[in-house]
Design a protein around this ligand. Sequence first.
Ligand code: PLP
Length: 390
Amino acid sequence: MPQTSERTASFTESVIRRMTRVANQYNAINLSQGFPDFDPPAALVAALEGVARTGPHQYAVTWGAPNFRQALAAKQSRWMKIPLDPDRHLVVTCGSTEAMMVAMMTACNPGDSVIVFSPFYENYGADAILSGAHTIYVPLRPPDFTFDPAELRAAFKQRPKALILCNPSNPSGKVFKREELLAIAALAEEFDTFVITDEVYEHIVYAPHQHVYFAALPGMFKRTVSCSSLSKTYSITGWRLGYVIAAPAFIDCARKVHDFLTVGAAAPLQEAAITALHFDDAYFAKLLASYTRKRDVFLDALNVAELSYTIPQGAYYVLVNVSEFSRDDDIGFCEWLAREVGVAAVPGSSFFHEPVRHLIRFHFAKREETLAEAGERLKTLRDRWRRSHG
Ligand SMILES: Cc1ncc(COP(=O)(O)O)c(C=O)c1O
């Protein structure tokens, strides 16, 4: 067989998705890959049933069905406090995953560089490779995951084409403060850089923290490429509905990239999801209350198990410090944890550019019963570790 491309050799399969297979192998509670084990809102499921009968079942307009774009523009205009034109400011994509890829391929030439904060969501490394860009990593230092402004300026001095901003952040749970975002904005302006945001957790931000849309900062709309999706907000990760929001000149190019990558997001699912885009504020308050409870239940379980962690400010992940058990083999530790304790986590090293091997990531987008059961199992961790390691 001829050789496959060099680019496919330059990244590995997703560690997160591999941990899901490990969880299945040992019948462990899967707190690795971040998706809910509960149903989406009933109204959304009912809408999907209706659409199965009435259609549409054929291709939608490549950059998004007009009625879906209209509802999406209305919802995002309200939250972002930016007037959005459904015909000029958006492309509907297959999840934020495709949105990020489209954003990168639209922004970058091969050989360009992009700034990525570390720890980072693992897709960004592959996105950079697939679009031919180099990464410049800027550390967010645990436990509070702040960046050093001098390090960020040094990264900008390397003339990157874009900075990737995951806010709220996976895996750290960091919610960037307005002052931090203003500091990034000033550098993006000074060095004329795009800011590509991944805001899939925009509605999961725990009080007193608040989500600030980068695109809504003064003067930033023209250089911001906002990527997000319906996956987390409406508990429909399998529907694969996402979007890019940007200035018309960027969107014109992004539409072409998206068209040739996927043609479009699923037409029946766009039609059904319009129902969700019309949900009022009460829906978002309920979503947040539910995740706040899940966070409390899971953090309590970690307290009972005497594990130390950074309190997440947003999203639904928590990084736990396991240096007491293993300082340099988080992969081995996670395998052991899934096999012997019955709870699956993701080794922290898959998120860090720096050699960090003492953190693991759990997610808590699970029913409270599932989290309580995970807590029961984690209580046994210390004893089981002593028994297996003497
Ligand atoms: C930060 C981040 N971005 C994107 C995604 C994937 O989003 P989507 O389902 O919209 O492709 C995830 C999923 O875990 C994520 O954590």
